[in-house]
Design a protein around this ligand. Structure first.
Ligand code: HEM
Length: 483
């Protein structure tokens, strides 16, 4: 008999029999992003009533047997699509702690993470999240689960058709209330890279799990290869002995684009007396809009007087901050706060310890814009109604997502207590005083480090939940077999 997979092993082949043994049981999109251009996240709550628990179990069982995509299927589909160029759906189902409760799953068979059990609302104060009463109404009450449907065609037509079918099945005979369907639609820049609404390329830095993904990749300064245990958690409800699931964070983050872009310009004037300089925004995010890390040296960037990097650099990820005490990339920049890449102070602050906090980010932007983000002038930029459907998979909510949000991005004393670093300008939540965040007013010159007026408050949480992506054997056997 084959020895079981070692989840602590850093790097495994996608064709390794040990991975192939767990892949039919594992849902898609956890160890590898679905990468589709359009998504729908269907949030639902089962209705109380006679026999509703059985009906809910039946619905999920049929969904698992007919619709859900396994990691193995995702792998096969990717290969097929390379040959026939046909788009294929990815469908996954996730349950909240209240969903498990409704289904009557015994406590010993439920995912045990305490943060998951309490739900995102339970961490409201700890994360400095806005009060639940200010969230979109869909998220204010109990949520039992989310079904993600993703499709790669240029238009949403086929995706919407599939979603309508699933919504109908959920609503049939009053089984469930469909609380909302969040539509994610990616937008690309002129180079074909996915961007978020502030105009920056996103999705560059990710943990990678498969040797094939890092083949040929430069990894001298930052190695993204991580063991599967970063995102997999044993599923106690599995029936095959190869059963893993993953904890999932969903956060609907609204972006005040106009506010952010105006503030970027003001900061460019404040720091560099140049409203056209892209460096101010890059220092807030940690990358230029085209993805180029701002910590690369001036020679690497080949920047001219206006500090606009040459376009060909873009999505570089082989870097760290070892030679940058804040004079190129400020300590408070979004990507430096959320992944400090080795500059972790204090006892136990090892690189591996830091890397174990990484998450597999699977978000997509939402909200329709008539003018492309890279072209819009201030008057055409939205102040609400657009944003990021932040999604991430992890092994443990407290030590990954919650730690990053609470101890790093919201914590003005991270990563430098004195003088304090200040909040992350993109997602930091909490008091935001002027005169804390520091920038070099001459790029790469530490003697010019100076504080500036506060940058932040342009991203607002509109709702969310902690969910678990169960293994497929649990969902497929929710109803006992008839004898
Ligand atoms: C509207 C909200 C957000 C925006 C606009 C945003 C934007 C970005 C951008 C432009 C990047 C650079 C691309 C890349 O390196 O992949 C990035 C990276 C990243 N973001 Fe966010 N983000 C948001 C929310 C979040 C949240 C909620 C978290 C976690 C609490 C987060 C964690 C990260 C991490 C870990 C990275 C990779 C950093 C690295 O490895 O260097 N982001 N984000």
């Amino acid at each position: 008999m084959q020895t079981p997979i070692n989840l602590a092993q850093r790097g495994i082949s996608a064709a390794d029999p040990k991975f192939l043994a767990i892949a039919p049981e594992l849902q898609a999109n956890i160890v590898k992003s679905h990468g589709r251009r359009h998504t729908a996240s269907i949030f639902f709550r089962f209705r109380d009533g006679d026999n509703q628990q059985q009906k809910a179990r039946q619905f999920l069982q049929e969904l698992a047997l007919n619709d859900l995509t396994s990691a193995l299927q995702q792998q096969h589909d990717t290969e097929q699509t390379k040959h026939d160029h046909q788009q294929r759906f990815v469908v996954t189902a996730l349950l909240s702690a209240e969903g498990y409760e409704f289904l009557g799953v015994p406590a010993a068979k439920r995912p045990a993470d305490p943060q998951f059990a309490a739900g995102m609302k339970g961490s409201n104060a700890a994360l400095a999240d806005p009060p639940v009463s200010t969230w979109d109404s869909a998220y204010q009450g109990p949520i039992h689960g989310m079904i993600l449907v993703a499709f790669g065609a240029p238009t949403r037509t086929k995706l919407d058709q599939r979603v309508r079918g699933i919504v109908q099945r959920l609503r049939h005979a009053d089984l469930a209330a469909v609380l909302c369907v969040e539509e994610g639609d990616s937008i690309q820049n002129a180079d074909g890279q996915d961007i978020e609404h502030f105009g920056y390329v996103d999705g560059i830095s990710q943990p990678k799990f498969f040797l094939e993904e890092v083949a040929g990749m430069e990894r001298a300064h930052w190695d993204p290869l991580m063991p599967l245990r970063l995102v997999l958690a044993p599923d106690p409800a599995g029936t095959t002995g190869h059963s893993f699931g993953s904890y999932f964070v969903f956060r609907k983050l609204e972006q005040n684009v106009r506010g952010f872009k105006e503030r970027e310009k003001e900061l460019a004037v404040e720091l560099f007396h140049n409203p056209e300089s892209e460096l101010a925004g890059a220092m807030a995010v940690g990358r230029f809009e085209n993805g180029t890390p701002v910590t690369l040296s001036a020679e690497d960037l080949k920047i001219d007087g206006s500090l606009i990097p040459t376009a060909d650099l873009g999505r570089i990820n082989d870097f760290n901050y070892d030679t940058d005490p804040g004079q190129r990339c400020p300590f408070h920049a979004h990507i430096r706060k959320s992944t400090p890449r080795g500059v972790v102070p204090g006892p136990g602050g090892t690189l591996d310890g830091e890397k174990n906090r990484m998450m597999a980010r699977r978000g997509i932007i939402y909200g329709h814009r008539f003018v492309h983000p890279n072209e819009a002038i201030f008057e055409e930029m939205p102040t609400k109604g657009v944003g990021l459907l932040f999604m991430s998979f992890q092994h443990n909510l407290a030590s990954q997502f919650e730690f990053i949000q609470q101890q790093w991005v919201n914590n003005p004393a991270f990563s430098q207590p004195a003088p304090p670093t200040g909040l992350d300008p993109v997602i930091g939540q909490g008091p935001l005083p002027d005169g804390v965040q520091r920038y070099a007013t001459t790029y790469n010159d530490a003697s010019t480090l100076a504080t500036a007026s506060a940058f932040g408050g342009f991203v607002t949480l509109k709702g969310g939940e902690y969910l678990f992506a169960p293994c497929l054997s649990f969902l497929r056997t929710l109803l006992p077999a008839r004898t």
